[in-house]
Design a protein. Structure first.
Length: 308
């Protein structure tokens, strides 16, 4: 493999979505679009390869049939999923299972995720964690709908990073857009949905038993060691990596001028959130622009040249 592979994303309509994803140059379907599944091998929203010898294949097809592009992995499914979420309204209060619970009950991976906040309106906040001291107290507060005392609200602003391990009660609230990196899972257990109804007047399903089963009690906040490194005129930020995050590492590259990188993992998922430029792999250059999603080449040096 001597070139990065660019992807056509899959778009998910959501009751809480909007139209802000158009700022990335996407041709959105009609309606309220909440999620862009930019790099996805999940069957509920497969991304499609747009260039190179794998053109037209979905990520899941390529992962199953062309393992050398991914470093010949042993996992049976593509393990990661990258999204952009536009929360025009608040998402449901929810929690995700770990691998063991998800495998037993849902027959797919668990879901640890994280958010890089692309934008947040003034006064924005997240639901992140809870105040219950025991599982019995958690159950009592959920069944009583005592959300004001159970749920923890955390202010958030543009540029923040939030790591959300499985078992963490959480919700994005209105006015926030994030880049989400997660395990490739679509299992969500809803505790509370603000009594909203869809266009047909139906409330969305809640999953109280499952939520009580999988929530971490008492609440545990991950201890992140965010690091910034200057490389020439560019800034490289490490948000999370092992052992805190066993499923993925997340970095931000703020590129000015030229940046030379040597990739150390079997493959790298890249989302361009702002600006434009080029990426050069083995002497061949490819344009980059805001909204591009791709995965990178294996074991090669790369040069990034942003134009702004």
């Amino acid at each position: 493999m001597t070139e990065p592979l660019f992807l056509k994303p899959y778009f998910q309509p959501k009751i809480w979505g909007g139209r802000k994803l158009e700022q990335f140059g996407y041709d959105l379907p009609e309606g309220k679009i909440g999620e862009c599944w930019a790099i996805s091998g999940h069957p509920h929203g497969p991304a499609t390869i747009k260039n190179g010898p794998l053109t037209g294949k979905t990520v899941s097809q390529a992962y199953a049939e062309d393992g050398e592009y991914f470093g010949n992995p042993t996992d049976t499914v593509f393990p990661l999923l990258t999204k952009i979420l536009d929360a025009e309204d608040s998402l449901s209060v929810q929690v995700h299972p770990d691998d063991a619970y998800a495998e037993e009950h849902e027959h797919e991976l668990g879901k640890t995720e994280c958010w890089y906040v692309i934008s947040a309106e003034p006064g924005s906040y997240l639901i992140y964690g809870h105040h219950a001291k025991t599982r019995a107290e958690l159950k009592q507060m959920i069944e009583a709908g005592d959300w004001d005392h159970l749920l923890r609200k955390v202010p958030v602003k543009t540029g923040d990073f939030v790591y959300v391990p499985s078992g963490t009660i959480h919700a994005l609230n209105k006015g926030i857009m994030v880049l989400e990196t997660q395990q490739s899972s679509d299992t969500t257990y809803r505790l509370y949905d603000y009594d909203r109804t869809d266009d047909a007047g139906n409330k969305r399903e809640l999953h109280l038993k499952q939520s009580i089963d999988v929530t971490t009690v008492p609440n545990q906040d991950p201890q992140l060691d965010i690091k910034h490194e200057k490389v020439g005129d560019s800034t490289l930020t490490t948000f999370v990596t092992a052992p805190v995050s066993p499923f993925f590492s997340v970095y931000r590259w703020q590129v000015q001028g030229q940046l030379h990188l040597t990739k150390s993992a079997p493959y790298t998922l890249v989302s361009v959130l702002d600006g434009e430029g080029t990426i050069t792999v083995d002497g061949k250059s490819f344009p980059l622009k805001k909204g591009d999603g791709r995965w990178g080449c294996r074991g090669v040096r790369r040069r990034l040249d942003p134009e702004r």
